[in-house]
Design a protein around this ligand. Structure first.
Ligand code: DAH
Length: 351
């Protein structure tokens, strides 16, 4: 019996040495120490021995059982340590290495400019209102004092939408944001100061024209609004956006929806309005001034079309092209304006 016990212990010690994973260790445990295991069945035999023998053998049996349990415990620890070491090996990382960052996008330069413009005008009481991008020609032309057969309408080179005419004429993709003028007069209580910013579409595509571009326009209607206000609001924008040392110049012009009408020039930032740099003609402006906007005092016919009492109210309006304005300030050297909308990240990431 004693021998059998010793044999069992040696057998266990022999196999456990070769065990190298938890599963086999578990199997071995069941085989020897489990309820139907080899140790249990030997212990059963011990119970059937005569008293004297049982005492001696029982003690030995218990010692062997303990020894088996101890080497099982040791093996279990050893495997655990081993497993931990492999995990550490596999998952080791150098925390001092620079990480990989998720790419973060940023707003398109034109969008940033739009937010900036909104901010500049909100400081002097202008509220941004929405621009319908598709509109009736009633708002895009007709009510702006441009009747159907008026040649000025050709200038806008409009995209007409292939849809049935409605009471307010044909549908167009707006060629300028001035369609909002009469809409605003219809929708808002007077007096008001409105800013509207939107996409405009014209049949033109070359290095300095994109078929889709942005405009912002100002419309201020109140009692006693006059030319000095017009100049003042334009100056507020130019000084806020380009800097206080830039001058503006209003040149008489003709628009159907304003009277008087002007084109707005700002002094060139490159040559400080002199037209030359080191005795060479300035490449940016050629003559000291850059043309940036159309402006004027709203024509009474337009006010009337919007139901405004022209005896009581007068109005001013002006519009800037956003891409051109932005490029002028940034000194952005873009040889093709359409690059702004090509979605080429190499370009957009620079701003
Ligand atoms: N709507 C004109 C255009 O797109 C620009 C313009 C000129 C707007 C004079 C105005 C203005 O508000 O007063 O060319």
């Amino acid at each position: 019996m004693k021998k059998e016990l010793e044999k069992l212990k040696n057998e266990f010690e022999g196999v456990i040495k070769k065990v190298s994973d938890k599963d086999s260790l578990e199997k071995l445990k069941n085989e020897f120490l489990g309820r139907k295991g080899k140790v249990k069945s030997l212990m059963k035999n011990v119970a059937s021995l005569a008293d004297e023998e049982r005492k001696v053998i029982g003690k030995i049996a218990n010692e062997i059982k303990d020894a088996i349990e101890v080497s099982y415990g040791l093996k279990e620890k050893e495997l655990e340590v081993q497993e931990y070491a492999t995990i550490v090996d596999r998952e080791w990382m150098d925390v001092t290495q620079p990480g990989t960052f998720a790419e973060q996008g940023h707003l398109h330069p034109v969008t940033k400019t739009i937010y900036e413009i909104e901010d500049i005008f909100s400081k002097i009481g202008f509220t941004r209102i929405p621009v319908p991008e598709v509109d009736w020609d009633h708002y895009a032309f007709e009510t702006l004092n441009m009747p159907k057969d008026h040649p000025a309408r050709d200038d806008w080179e409009t995209f007409f939408i292939d849809a049935p005419e409605g009471k307010k004429g044909k549908l167009v993709v707006i060629p300028h944001v001035s369609n909002v003028q009469v809409r605003a007069m219809e929708d808002y209580e007077l007096p008001f100061r409105a800013l509207y910013i939107g996409r405009s579409y014209r049949r033109q595509s070359d290095t300095s024209h994109s078929p889709m571009f942005h405009q912002f326009e100002i419309l201020m209607i109140d009692e006693g609004v006059n030319f000095t206000h017009l100049r003042g609001v334009i100056e507020h924008f130019v000084h806020s956006y380009f800097g206080p040392d830039r001058s503006i110049r209003l040149r008489p012009h003709h628009f159907r929806f304003t009277e008087p009408s002007f084109e707005v020039d700002i002094s060139c930032g490159l040559c400080s309005g002199t037209g030359e740099l080191d005795n060479i003609q300035c490449k940016m402006c050629k003559e000291g001034w850059l043309e940036l906007a159309g402006a004027g005092m709203t024509h009474p016919n337009v006010l009337k079309a919007g139901g405004v009492d022209t005896k009581k109210y007068t109005a001013l309006a002006f519009a800037f092209g956003i891409e051109r304005t932005m490029m002028m300030r940034a000194g952005m050297n873009v040889d093709d304006i359409r690059t702004l909308y090509k979605n080429d990240l190499r370009f957009v990431r620079q701003f």
